[in-house]
Design a binder for this molecule. Structure first.
Ligand SMILES: NC(=O)c1ccc[n+]([C@@H]2O[C@H](COP(=O)([O-])OP(=O)(O)OC[C@H]3O[C@@H](n4cnc5c(N)ncnc54)[C@H](O)[C@@H]3O)[C@@H](O)[C@H]2O)c1
Length: 318
């Protein structure tokens, strides 16, 4: 049976991806330092190693016979990256360098990397292709872009693909973290207190990808031959304004309203993906519509709501 290493396995996307690989019959080794992830998220059947990937010693505890590495561990918020840029660099870039060394030493066949739309920075109001210049606005985006660069530098020794993910949302997202994940932040506030505090303009726009579609992209990126050496956008190609998202969230949580104050440092005004490469390389051509994904997410979140009312901070952090 093939063995894969999935990092960030206690987090939102990593735990979903691990579940998919287990379902497909793979043995899954999962690493996570539980800095934001939760042990309860690690799917049953995962061989779990707790440790910080920025420390090379962690990888000495990982089996050497994994065929692929799916690297999803990291600090995942642009806003938080400004609190401690060195910690962000360690979590997102040093950890990738350590995995590159592990991959080369153990003749890993492929490393799939969790990059981000944040690498692009400020862009025009048009679908953004992978060839667009990368001028990130946040420390997070700089670290993700650097990690992509290291993968390219070692690309002859370690086959890789970087997935530039746009805004991922869906069941399993951390509803108690009001600094990461636009959809989960709004939905959590709507359910817990009926009032959403929005940091930044409602004219901003994004490309929201439902978690199941993201998992499918990861599965294909890890197993299809035609993607090696690429940085691929994983979005839907649909431009949605923050205002449209808020209207939909408020409609799903009757009685909820929103107000606007301040801004988020390093925030992109607007971005959505050109998905032609995604279609060509991974043959992804169907995406969950936002209204459908939001309804599924809201149903899941409402089931947690007694818990959320207790755990949610009363104010989003400034
Ligand atoms: N969620 C999105 O919309 C989105 C978009 C683009 C890129 N990404 C990237 O995808 C990856 C997964 O995102 P997510 O939303 O699941 O975030 P998440 O915070 O839920 O998961 C990240 C996991 O990595 C773990 N981790 C962090 N630093 C680590 C380290 N040094 N060593 C070991 N484990 C560590 C955390 O404990 C957590 O379980 C991240 O790298 C993120 O930057 C996410």
């Amino acid at each position: 049976m093939d063995r894969v290493l999935i990092t960030g396995v206690a987090g939102f996307i990593g735990s979903h991806v691990a579940r998919r690989f287990l379902t497909e019959g793979y043995q899954v080794v999962g690493v996570d330092d539980l800095s934001t992830g939760k042990i309860a998220n690690v799917p049953a059947g995962v061989e779990f190693v707790q440790g910080d990937l920025a420390r090379p010693a962690t990888l000495t505890r990982v089996p050497r016979d994994c065929r692929s590495v799916l690297h999803l561990a990291g600090q995942s918020s642009g806003e938080i990256s400004f609190d401690d840029p060195v910690a962000d660099l360690e979590r997102n870039t040093v950890s990738t360098l350590n995995l590159i060394r592990y991959g080369i030493e153990n003749r890993i066949e492929r490393l799939v990397y969790a990059s981000s739309m944040s690498v692009y920075g400020a862009v025009e109001d048009a679908p953004i292709k992978e060839t667009h210049p990368c001028v990130p606005l946040s420390c997070y985006g700089v670290g993700k872009h650097a990690a992509e660069g290291y993968l390219r530098v070692y690309g002859k020794k370690l086959p890789f693909v970087s997935l530039r993910m746009f805004n991922v949302y869906g069941p399993g997202q951390d509803m108690s973290n009001l600094r990461q994940g636009m959809v989960s932040i709004y939905l959590a506030q709507a359910i817990a207190k009926g009032r959403i505090e929005v940091k930044g303009s409602t004219d901003r726009f994004r490309d929201f990808v439902y978690i199941d579609d993201m998992v499918e992209a990861w599965w294909r990126a890890a197993t299809y031959p035609s993607v090696l050496g690429k940085s691929l956008n994983v979005g839907t190609g649909v431009r949605t304004t923050v205002g449209e998202l808020l209207e939909r969230v408020c409609a799903l949580v009757p009685g909820s309203t929103y107000s606007i104050s301040g801004a988020t440092p390093g925030d992109q005004t607007g971005i959505y993906a050109d998905v032609s490469e995604l279609r060509t390389c991974l043959h992804v051509d169907r995406f969950t519509q936002l209204e459908v994904g939001l309804r599924l997410f809201a149903d899941w979140a409402r089931a947690l709501s007694p818990d959320m009312k207790t755990n949610l901070p009363t104010q989003p952090p400034s």
